[in-house]
Every structure is written in structure tokens, then in C-alpha cells.
Design a protein around this ligand. Structure first.
Ligand SMILES: O=C1O[C@H](COP(=O)(O)O)[C@@H](O)[C@H](O)[C@H]1O
Length: 242
């Protein structure tokens, strides 16, 4: 773990976890807007990441989305209409519901988009969009049982990346194999990094991250906010914590 403030919160169940994370997300956005005019966030896919967006859609007044710039931490490099896309799931859960301004929503390219099937060009284009100075107010993360976050899997070049902010992944161990992901250099300049994690199959990774494991073995151990790192857990995911 790093030196930024660490909070580990354990909720009775995933529904309570998501409801609290959504309320805190709305607060964090408001604070960022008060401080800087616009909030900048990175979203995640996965069960809790999409449930959080649904919770925000149920209370549309909680966030002024006209002053939020929305990016993604990772994406599956498949056609835009593929139901596996984090972006499509987010539109269905939230952005289509509230009629978000498309100019504020910055999805990662799809394999039938401007760059066609050229995943390297697509990753470069997203890196240009993110640039060298963008700082997320909140970067949401889901996590896999082997500790992957975004599409940063154990013992891969993407997880070891120290320079590029966005890379292409061609052989993800979790399907689909072709993905685009933000890397540690940009994740770790986020003000706040929030993990949304539930389920017994995640317990070992949660414990490894809290124990300061090597990010090559457990990528979740390498992500932290410059101001705050928050773990939103259910009891099953927290079961191996001391
Ligand atoms: O592959 C992915 O999985 C993680 C975690 O998903 P979950 O359903 O187990 O919570 C997700 O955060 C990531 O964005 C996605 O690409």
C-alpha cells in the first residue's frame, strides 16, 4: 500500500456497498466541481461498477452530469454494439437514461470504429485523448479473483508499463482477448482510486493488496490515489483480511 489515505469499508452485502459508493461518488463529483468547475472520472465495467451507474440513474439529480468528463479504465476491443462493451453497459445503465451530453462521454474505441481493427492505433488515439496531464478525481476499479484491475493482468507487459498511459492488450487471459486499458502511470495520478469488490473468490487478492504485494503478482496491489484509496467490500471479499 502507498502513503495516501487508505479506507477499507465492509458492507453487509453488495447492494449496500453499491448504494454507499454511489452516494459517495455523487459527493466526490460535487467537491471536484466546487474546486475546479468540472469533475473528471474513470469508470469501470463489471458487476458492481455497472450497478453503481444504475444507482446513480435512479437518483438523476444527485450529479450535475453537464460538468463531468467521463472516461473508462478499460474496454473490450470488439464492435461497438457488442454487449460485452463496458461503454454499452454504461449507456444502458445510466447515460442513455439521463440523456448525457455525448461531448462529455469519452469511450475507448471499438473494433469497428475510426481505427478499424487496428488496436494499436486505437490505443494510441485514446492515449492522445487522455494526454499527459489529465487527472481523474475518481477512478473506479472492479477486480478479478487473480487481482486484475482494468485490463491489467498478473505478469503481463501492460501491468509492467511505466510510460504509456494507454496500451493494447492482445491476449487477455479473461475473454475477450483484445482489450484497451489505462495503465498504472495514469491510474496512480488519480486523486481517488476506489475498488468495488464483492465475492469470496476475490478475498485472496484483497488480502494481498492490503499486505503490500508486488503488483506483478497482484495488480490490485499497485493502484492507489494520490489523496485517497478506498476499498468498498462485502464480508466475503474481506474474509482474508486480518
Ligand atoms: O474484465 C473485467 O473485469 C473487472 C471485474 O469484473 P467483476 O464483474 O468481477 O466485478 C472489471 O472491473 C473490468 O472493467 C473488466 O474489464
Amino acid at each position: 500500500m502507498d502513503m495516501s489515505e487508505l479506507e477499507t469499508l465492509i458492507f453487509d452485502d453488495p447492494a449496500e456497498l453499491v448504494a454507499t459508493a454511489a452516494a459517495r461518488f455523487a459527493d466526490a463529483v460535487r467537491r471536484a466541481q466546487d474546486a475546479r468547475g468540472t469533475a473528471v472520472v474513470a469508470l469501470t465495467g463489471g458487476s458492481n461498477g455497472i450497478a453503481l451507474l444504475r444507482a446513480l440513474a435512479a437518483d438523476p439529480g444527485s450529479v450535475d452530469w453537464s460538468h463531468v468528463e467521463v472516461y473508462w479504465g478499460d474496454e473490450r476491443f470488439v464492435p461497438a454494439a457488442d454487449p460485452e462493451r463496458n461503454e454499452g453497459q454504461a449507456r444502458e445503465a445510466l447515460f442513455g437514461v439521463i440523456g448525457a451530453d455525448p461531448a462529455r462521454i469519452h469511450p475507448m474505441p471499438a473494433s469497428d470504429g475510426d481505427h478499424g481493427d487496428d488496436i494499436a492505433a486505437a490505443a494510441r488515439a485514446y492515449a492522445e485523448l487522455v494526454g499527459d496531464d489529465l487527472v481523474f478525481d475518481v477512478h473506479l476499479l472492479g477486480m478479478g479473483g487473480e487481482g486484475h484491475i482494468n485490463s491489467l493482468f498478473p505478469h503481463t507487459a501492460a501491468t509492467a508499463e511505466e510510460a504509456a498511459t494507454v496500451v493494447a492488450v492482445e491476449d487477455s487471459p479473461k475473454p475477450p482477448p483484445r482489450r484497451i486499458t489505462l495503465t498504472f502511470p495514469v491510474i496512480n495520478r488519480s486523486r481517488e482510486v476506489w475498488f468495488l469488490v464483492s465475492g469470496a473468490e476475490k478475498a485472496q487478492a484483497v488480502a494481498a493488496a492490503h499486505d503490500g504485494a508486488d503488483r506483478a503478482d497482484w495488480p490490485c496491489a499497485g493502484a492507489h490515489g494520490t489523496e485517497r484509496t478506498v476499498w468498498f467490500l462485502d464480508p466475503a471479499a474481506a474474509a482474508d483480511l486480518p
